[in-house]
Design a protein around this ligand. Sequence first.
Ligand code: ATP
Ligand code: ZN
Length: 294
Amino acid sequence: MTRLKIAIQKSGRLSDQSLELLENCGIQFARSKDKLFWYGRNLPVDLLLIRDDDIPRLLLDGVCDLGICGENVARECLLDRQRSEAELTPEVALGFGFCRLCLALPETVSFDAVSSLDGRRIATSYPALTQEYLRKHAVSAEIVELSGAVEIAPSMGTADAIVDLVSTGTTLRANQLREVALVMESQAVLYSGTRRLDDEAGKLRALLIKRIVGILQARDSKYVMMHAPKAAVDAIADILPGAESPTVLSLEGQPDKVAVHMLCTETVFWEHLEELKAMGATAILVLPVEKMLT
Ligand code: ATP
Ligand code: ZN
């Protein structure tokens, strides 16, 4: 049987959460300190630890079967290699690594429209995404490709503007830059590659994808239990977000009250609990869900 090859970022913003997700799927890796390759001990899976920029390429070339990287990196690679989006299948948006690719200018420079960049120099590590953005806005500017420290290009005099990743905006402010337009939003995504898999490896890939979806669902889900007036059960199920049909149990010696148990698949806030209380619910418990398979 073919061993499934999964690629994640070796060291960076996505590394820890990517690894944690795979380990939560039940894969145990024989870790080796500096190797790029970890062997799956209990499942036929091999882990490749590489630079995030290499992940989409390896998926497209059929070297890896699954990979986790930012949408920014995946789209840049598809555009750069002029490959169709269908060749890199997004399986699951993972809910971490949120950031946005932005156009930013020195704070002292006024900005009306993207067209004011005509004939200017834009520094970026994302030349293909930047080029596509400029083309969409019918702007022709010179792209200065840099592999890092893009944010210092304007003060160094090597560019008039930058297109760079931003999450909080602190780095931009520290460099006297301001965000003026959004190029794309991004988060970490699990992608499938193009390598043809034999039956068993294909099944294992599908199983791991299912488990990852389950992990993400369980993260948001809560099991909510309470005592409530019998008459309020329907209204209670309406209040809780993503609640499935409730389990209703009778309470010894309390004919008007019942115990209500519900799985809520979306975030339960304090406000929800306060509303339940106002409807006569008591002994409200919210429990975490460890695993979930639907
Ligand atoms: P590598 O050595 O793997 O190439 P890198 O320096 O390109 O590392 P990181 O800075 O670790 O990569 O970022 C990896 C990914 O994390 C980005 O491609 C992006 O999807 C996401 N990300 C989230 N927030 C930010 C941010 N504020 N700045 C940069 N990337 C971010
Ligand atoms: Zn990178």
